[in-house]
Design a protein around this ligand. Structure first.
Ligand code: FES
Length: 109
């Protein structure tokens, strides 16, 4: 398991940002007081989702325009058909912790 703790003030509302947690690139977005974390790689053609734009809590891939629901990882519009992996986000005041579990993780973190 690997995790990252940041301040919510490090996140710009409506602007996705990429963080590397363990060895997983994670796209993190703040929408108002909510924070979402999704695998940064588009499931269609392996480009960085954090370079896309938010539409509410959905992120739109900059290359071909697929939208993913950042709360569920669901691929909402083609050409992407495979859902993206989402990660647990917990809040403690201003502190936000994103946890990545699974085979991609750096055991030292
Ligand atoms: S690479 Fe993301 S929709 Fe094609």
């Amino acid at each position: 398991m690997a995790y990252l703790t940041i301040s919510i003030n490090d996140l710009v509302d409506g602007k996705p940002q990429k963080f590397t947690i363990g060895n997983t690139d994670v796209c993190v977005a703040r929408v108002g007081s909510d924070v979402y974390a999704i695998n940064d790689m588009c499931t269609h053609s392996e480009v960085s989702l954090s370079e896309g734009e938010m539409n509410g809590r959905n992120i739109e891939c900059w290359l071909h325009g697929s939208e993913f629901d950042m709360a569920t990882g669901e691929a909402l519009t083609p050409p992407a058909i495979e859902n993206a992996e989402v990660y647990s986000v917990t809040r403690d005041g201003d502190s936000v912790t994103i946890t990545v579990e699974g085979k991609h993780v750096n055991a030292n973190n």
